[in-house]
Design a protein around this ligand. Structure first.
Ligand code: NDP
Ligand code: MG
Length: 396
């Protein structure tokens, strides 16, 4: 068997570590050509010692020098910076790229992988939210293969017909139902949300994830970003995507067909399942995840999403309906607001206000090209930083 040659963007993160866990179970199938990290050099060093990639990428030259010295004798060349991320994402020898950098920083290297015609395992939902139209057009133009890693979208992918060609109606699909756990604050009285701490917001009941996506899950902006992600991945209109609160996170999403059938994917909440699915697709491989024990699960519960409790979800539907640069603004403002919350500079309940402010402040525009995307991203970040600053001054 020829081995699949991989680049893992964001190897040092939660998805990156789960990816390498699956890869290590199948040395006959996978070979790691490049690993990238940003700040966690110790983690990257350990990963390089285990997987012996040809390249490792870090944030800047000083970190590269440090890591290169630590890895002397390992045979890994250490590179630095955004251009190096794009380089290892599009190496001619690479077959598959795991896109697992968090946030807007993941867009350029993921797009480089698309333009290299790679098989892309997409965890970095922010790339699709900020530049969905351009991204999907490039996937088609360059003949890249896009497989969703986000558990909900991976579940939808598994529940759609094998020959799904981007037309829900001709596949007999009525609706996509995205499940959401509701996060750590699903039942917390709203008045108590005013002073929740970053650690409380990051304590997700079912999934262990990076801090940014954990806060997104607590505000339910994560589900909002996923609605926009589903719109682009499956060519679904906003009214064809419904959010269903399902606290157990056992059903990872569902597809409702016109004949009344509902097809779903179920499993224990462990990202190694969608990662193994996409890595081996269309085959199936062991992922290390235990089989689902329905007798232990016992109950599957469902609720409607409460948009008053979770205004970020409503903002995401608003941005999707507005189109153009609105999703780009939503994503960038959310990144700024979440970072401010994690630094203790913004209360939890103000995250939605900062995003709403940015959506009002940045004039609507169509996105002709990537420059327009980056401009909208920059404008939104500056509007959001101003809103965070105004909040800090009003308090201080
Ligand atoms: P983590 O925070 O755990 O990891 C993020 C990764 O991105 C790390 O490798 C980090 O490097 C790297 N990184 C951060 N900033 C930069 C930058 N400016 N340039 C280059 N690399 C950078 O996040 P997760 O693994 O949880 O999430 C990754 C992506 O996958 C996100 O887009 C998230 O929405 C998505 N996702 C995650 C899920 C999960 O279960 N965790 C589920 C579904 C989607 P370092 O740590 O070395 O600084
Ligand atoms: Mg998800």
């Amino acid at each position: 068997m020829t081995r699949q040659r991989l680049t893992v963007l964001g190897a040092t993160g939660s998805i990156g570590a789960s990816t390498l866990d699956v890869v290590a179970r199948h040395p006959d199938r996978f070979e790691v050509l490049a690993l990238t990290g940003h700040r966690r050099l110790d983690v990257l060093e350990t990963q390089c010692r285990q997987h012996r990639p040809r390249f490792a990428v870090v944030g800047d030259a000083a970190d590269a020098k440090y890591l290169a010295a630590a890895l002397s004798g390992v045979g890994t060349e250490v590179l630095a910076g955004p251009a190096a991320l794009e380089q290892v994402a599009s190496l001619p020898e690479v077959d598959t790229v795991m896109a697992a950098i968090v946030g807007a920083a993941g867009l350029p290297p993921t797009l480089a992988a698309v333009r290299g015609g790679k098989k892309i395992l997409l965890a970095n939902k922010e790339a699709l939210v900020m530049a969905g139209g351009i991204f999907m057009a490039e996937v088609a133009r360059c003949g890249a293969t896009l497989l969703p890693i986000d558990s909900e979208h991976n579940a939808v992918f598994q529940s759609l017909p094998h020959d799904f060609a981007g037309k829900l109606e001709s596949s007999g699909v009525r609706q996509i139902l995205l499940t959401a756990s509701g996060g750590p604050f699903r039942t917390t009285p709203v008045e108590r949300l005013a002073d929740v701490t970053p650690d409380q917001a990051c304590a997700h009941p079912n999934w262990a994830m990076g801090r940014k996506i954990s806060v997104d899950s607590a505000t339910m902006m994560n589900k909002g970003l996923e609605v926009i992600e589903a719109h682009w991945l499956f060519n679904a209109a906003p009214e064809q995507i419904e959010v269903v609160i399902h606290p157990q996170s056992v059903i990872h999403s569902l597809v409702q067909y016109v004949d009344g059938s509902v097809v779903a994917e179920l499993g224990n909440p462990d990202m190694r399942t969608p990662i193994a699915h996409a890595l081996a697709y269309p085959e199936r491989i062991e992922s290390g995840v235990a089989s689902l024990d329905l007798f232990k699960v016992m109950h599957l519960d469902f609720e409607k999403a409460d948009l008053a409790r979770f205004p970020c979800l409503a903002l995401a539907y608003r941005a999707l309906a507005a189109g153009g640069n609105a999703p780009t603004v939503l994503n960038a403002a959310n990144e700024v607001a979440v970072a401010a919350f994690l630094e203790g500079a913004l209360p939890f309940l103000r995250i939605a206000d900062v995003i709403s402010n940015a959506l009002d402040a940045v004039p609507p525009q169509t996105l002709a090209d990537l420059d327009a995307v980056m401009q909208a991203d920059a404008d939104a970040r500056s509007a959001a930083r101003q809103a965070v600053g105004r909040y800090a001054r009003s308090r201080g």
